[in-house]
Design a protein around this ligand. Structure first.
Ligand SMILES: [Ca+2]
Ligand SMILES: [Ca+2]
Length: 677
């Protein structure tokens, strides 16, 4: 904390020292009180200004102290806390503080011009719109605020962009994603387990308390993840949360700070850099739909319509529709009812609760129709990308945000980061619903969301129903036949588990064999597979929060260390080896990554499919039955009709190819891969 280089790249610090600044004349004591000073430390970069430029000696502090009791304007927070030159010509700052009814704001750099200001909430906020000239050099702008009760100032570090090579990479079909809840993976730094401002938050014996996992813990275990064969890490939100049970990260109170339980901004930057060094990618979990109930905005919003509604009066995010509206049986759904959103005949009344209601009735819903909110959120996403080099965004609660917002947000991001991938969470079993939100095409409302792709929730439901509840295996082909609804089905993200559903191994009907099949399907179907941390060990657990147990070996003193082979039980090693081997086969075969998928056979208990690239053809034979199965599959009229031979690549099935027919013998509950030639 004492080292400014921890918060700002050395090169930027160096460049700052070449600047001379007009020092702020009147600086209220508030700027120097320990709390605010500490706050600025955390905010990353203003520290550099104080250390290198301000030179605020004892005399200056004494003069500030004389003004201690004067009511005077003060800035306690600047969002964004820093920016880059040559990134965007316009920047909107949201200043928090008090008595900020500015009559004039100007900055000491001639090339940084204040184009507009707006003071709100009785002077508790001040919006400042800046024009950053192209000729601006890196350094810290010092901006003076003149208000009826006095003057104050704030600083905005403006850095040169660092090289973009190897950053903002986005995903391809070669990638394999791995979802981590940072609090539950590995504890790299026990000193941050219970930050000073979060007393009573850490207790490993409580499933809803913080457990101590952090960003350093993830960085320390990149070799394990690389060895497993995953290429991309999706971390649940890392921004500062406000409640003692917010270990999951979805209750933001500061969209510009890393939660202190997880480490510092420098830790995040280091993690991204270390991942890139290992040719791995990092996805950031973005939540533009809402903030946490404890966010200071909730009691004191920057604008009267900053949220949809207020704490006292707001809609809840349920669908007002009964299941029977679309002719479906009633009862438990187990998923979010989004059917009315893609429905061109649905009036606003049928949709408003979903997009403007508060999630669970408690999470304050941002007014993403307000252009000021849009700019705040876009700048926030640009800031995290630029500050870290991250490779993409997993986007939470995607359907709950109005579609015009997504179009604008994506357009703003893609102007700067054309390869960045965004993956939307659309928790629904129906591909006609999930596909509606994927971008690349204008839908009935004339809007292209811009979203790169969505998680394949319909496949998740099908895989669980088939493997755990003996649904007809044909359900898988039934999901796949809807791929024509997507512009880029090969970019879908199939999965069988995430942090919001019970562990596969903990479900009734599960077994070691079924877990292998879940991996087998997810890794060999089209798309970019996602794996939930610990499933490669067959981690047990029920629903939330039991599905978020600590990774064994992530904590000093754990009774076993599943990060190393010697620390795994025989059962853990069996499934780990299986997943690792399957990912290795996928990595070695282009057809299994980007290849086209063709149905060869599908029925109650089996599905046989072909993956075809220009170079090769691979057949995947899946038998869900608890008995061996024998199948004869004619190849005429398929891309494999000219193939003359077949060889086992993976698994235990037998296959012969003669007379343009594959003769398959599949063991019970098995998945096998064959190369055709
Ligand atoms: Ca820790
Ligand atoms: Ca919303």
């Amino acid at each position: 904390m004492k080292n400014p280089a921890r918060f700002f790249p050395r090169s930027v610090l160096a460049s700052m020292t070449f600047f001379s600044y007009a020092l702020p004349v009147k600086r209220p004591l508030r700027h120097f009180c320990p709390f605010v000073f500490e706050f600025f430390f955390l905010r990353s970069s203003l520290l550099a200004f104080f250390f290198l430029v301000a030179g605020s000696g004892p005399a200056a502090i004494a003069s500030q102290q004389q003004k201690a009791n004067d009511p005077a304007p003060a800035v306690t927070k600047v969002e964004p806390p820093s920016w880059w030159i040559g990134l965007t010509p316009d920047l909107m700052l949201l200043l928090s503080g008090h008595d900020l009814e500015a009559t004039h704001v100007s900055c000491n750099l001639a090339t940084v011009r204040v184009s507009r200001t707006q003071s709100t909430a009785g002077g508790n906020y001040l919006f400042v719109w800046l024009k950053i000239g192209a000729e601006t050099q890196s350094g810290t702008a010092v901006c003076r605020i003149t208000a009826p009760k006095g003057t104050t100032s704030f600083e905005l570090p403006l850095a040169a962009r660092t090289a973009t090579l190897g950053k903002f990479q986005g995903l391809s079909e070669d990638d394999v994603m791995y979802l981590i809840m940072p609090d539950r993976f590995a504890n790299g730094d026990p000193t941050n387990d219970e930050p000073a401002d979060a007393p009573g938050s850490h207790d490993r014996s409580k499933p809803r308390a913080y457990h101590g996992g952090d960003l350093l813990g993830i960085r320390n275990h990149l070799p394990y993840l690389k060895d497993l064969g995953v290429t991309t890490l999706w971390l649940t939100p890392i921004v500062k949360n406000g409640a003692t049970q917010d270990y999951h990260g979805y209750g933001a109170v500061d969209l510009y700070a890393v939660d202190a339980h997880l480490g510092t901004l420098k830790d995040y930057q280091d993690l991204v850099a270390a991942a890139h060094q290992q040719h791995m990618k990092i996805f950031f979990d973005a939540v533009p739909n809402h903030v946490g109930p404890k966010h200071p905005w909730v009691s004191n919003p920057p604008l009267p319509d900053w949220f949809h509604g207020t704490l006292r009066q707001h809609l809840d995010s349920f669908s007002p529709l009964k299941g029977t509206f679309y002719g479906k049986p009633g009862g438990e759904k187990g998923y979010d009812p989004f059917e009315s959103l893609p429905d061109p005949h649905a009036p606003a009344r049928m949709q408003r609760n979903l997009t403007e209601g508060w999630f669970f009735g408690i999470l304050p819903d941002l007014n993403t129709e307000n252009p000021t909110v849009v700019q705040y959120l876009l700048q926030n996403s640009i800031w995290w990308a630029e500050t870290s080099g991250l490779d993409g965004y997993r986007v939470d609660t995607f359907p709950y945000v109005g579609r015009k917002f997504w179009a604008d947000w994506h357009a703003g991001l893609r102007r700067l980061y054309p390869y960045l991938t965004t993956i939307g969470e659309v928790f629904h079993p129906d591909p006609s619903v999930t596909s509606f939100f994927a971008g690349g095409v204008k839908r009935y409302d004339g809007i292209d969301s811009g979203l790169s792709t969505v998680f394949d929730f319909p496949m998740y439901f099908a895989i669980r129903d088939v493997l755990l509840r003996n649904a007809p295996v044909g359900r898988i082909a039934d999901v796949l036949r809807h791929d024509s609804l997507y512009l880029r089905p090969e970019r879908l993200v199939p999965f069988f588990a995430n942090h919001d559903v019970a562990r596969f191994a903990g479900e009734e009907g599960s077994s070691a064999a079924k877990l292998r099949l879940a991996f087998g399907l997810t890794i060999t179907l089209r798309g970019i597979p996602e794996i939930y941390y610990g499933d490669e060990l067959g981690m047990p657990g029920g629903g939330d929060p039991d599905n978020r147990r600590d990774f064994p070996g992530g904590w000093i003193g754990d009774s076993s260390d599943a990060f190393s082979q010697s620390g795994r039980t025989r059962e853990q090693q069996e499934i780990f080896s299986y997943v690792r081997a399957l990912l290795d086969v996928r990595r070695g075969h282009e057809a299994l990554r980007g290849g086209r998928l063709w149905h060869l056979a599908s029925d109650e208990s089996s599905y046989v499919y072909l993956r075809e690239s220009e170079e090769e053809q691979i057949a995947v034979a899946f038998n869900n039955s608890d008995k061996p199965r024998e199948l004869r599959i004619p190849l005429s009229g398929t891309p494999a009709e000219k193939m003359a031979g077949i060889a086992l690549l993976f698994g235990d099935a037998n296959a012969e190819l003669s007379g343009h027919e594959i003769h398959l013998t599949m063991p019970a509950q098995s998945l096998s891969l064959f190369a055709l030639h």
